[in-house]
Design a protein. Structure first.
Length: 137
C-alpha cells in the first residue's frame, strides 16, 4: 500500500508541475485583399472584397502585418515572430511552419528558415528567394 501511495503522490506532483507551465497565446492578424482600398491589381470582385473574409483571397495570410499593424502591436507589447517582405502566395502551410518553430522555442532565424522551406516546397521558387520573403523579429 505504501508503494501505491508513493506512486500516487509522484503522479500528482507531475500533474501539478505540468499544470503550472505558462500558457502560450497565438494571434494571427490577417490583412484582407481589398480591390477598393489597397491599390492592388484588381482580382475578381468576390475575392477582392475586404469586408467579406469568408470569400477573400488573403484569408489566413500574414501579409500586411508590418505595414498595418506593427505600430499597434508594439504599443500593446506584442512581439511579431515573422513578417513578410514582399508579395507572396499567402497560404496556411507557411503559418503552420512558423508556429511549429515558435512552439519548439526556435530562434527567429530558425523560424524564418522553417517558413521559407515550407514556402519553397509548395511554390518551387528557390530557397534563397523564399528566405528573402520573410523577416524574423
Amino acid at each position: 500500500m505504501k508503494t501505491i501511495g508513493t506512486l500516487f503522490f509522484l503522479s500528482a506532483l507531475t500533474i501539478c508541475a505540468f499544470a503550472q507551465e505558462p500558457v502560450k497565446s497565438i494571434h494571427v492578424l490577417v490583412a484582407l485583399c481589398d480591390n477598393v482600398n489597397q491599390g492592388i491589381i484588381p482580382v475578381p470582385a468576390k475575392l477582392g472584397n475586404g469586408d467579406k473574409p469568408d470569400d477573400n483571397l488573403y484569408w489566413g495570410a500574414l501579409y500586411g502585418v508590418r505595414t498595418y499593424f506593427l505600430p499597434q502591436l508594439n504599443k500593446l507589447g506584442c512581439r511579431p515572430i515573422l513578417l513578410t517582405t514582399g508579395l507572396m502566395a499567402p497560404e496556411a502551410y507557411t503559418l503552420e511552419a512558423a508556429l511549429s518553430g515558435w512552439l519548439a522555442h526556435e530562434s527567429p532565424k530558425q523560424i524564418r528558415d522553417r517558413a521559407a522551406r515550407a514556402y519553397h516546397a509548395f511554390q518551387k521558387c528557390g530557397l534563397t528567394a523564399a528566405q528573402r520573403l520573410f523577416r524574423a523579429e
